[in-house]
Design a protein. Structure first.
Length: 162
């Protein structure tokens, strides 16, 4: 059984998006490639959330392909790892450059397509897992932003009392 034209378009979409997000530019004087994901990840918290949303398009393409639930779960884990570690200032920015969750996910999806096994129709479970994970990350982000606002308020009051 070969891939349909629609599936080939989805795989090409994933390849293009993964390249843009993870390897669009080369750092001058090095062979290190970075993408839009690493660049927007520099913006504290918000950049990582935007990167997460962009990476979600790769996972959605895997669901539409359809890839196996195991492949999709591994893809989700790659994005979660990149997003959670990306929230750590400075360390997360460096991690984004080398982890490249989207390129990892492209390779997983390409490998799955090459094996071309017949997938089970477990898309509902995968989508539930994906959106549940998104909710957890959004909650962690909200807690982080709340803690940052408390810290800012404390520092502002302390500075005002000097």
């Amino acid at each position: 059984m070969s891939l349909s034209a629609r599936q080939l378009r989805l795989l090409n979409f994933v390849r293009v998006i993964a390249n843009i997000l993870d390897e669009a530019f080369t750092i001058p004087g090095t062979k290190i490639k970075i993408g839009v994901d690493a660049i927007i990840g520099i913006i504290p918290a918000i950049g990582d959330v935007v990167g997460f949303m962009l990476s979600s398009s790769v996972i959605l393409a895997a669901v539409l392909l359809p890839a196996s639930p195991w492949t999709i779960a591994r893809m989700i884990l790659n994005v979660i790892i990149e997003t959670v570690i990306g929230l750590i200032p400075v360390v997360g920015d460096g991690f984004d450059i080398f982890w490249k969750a989207n390129m990892r996910n492209h390779r997983l999806l390409q490998s799955y397509a090459n094996i071309n096994t017949r997938p089970r129709d477990d898309r509902r479970a995968v989508l539930t897992l994906f959106f549940g994970t998104s909710l957890v990350i959004a909650t962690l982000l909200a807690i982080t932003l709340y803690a940052a606002s408390l810290l800012w308020s404390f520092l502002w009051q302390t500075a005002s009392n000097l």
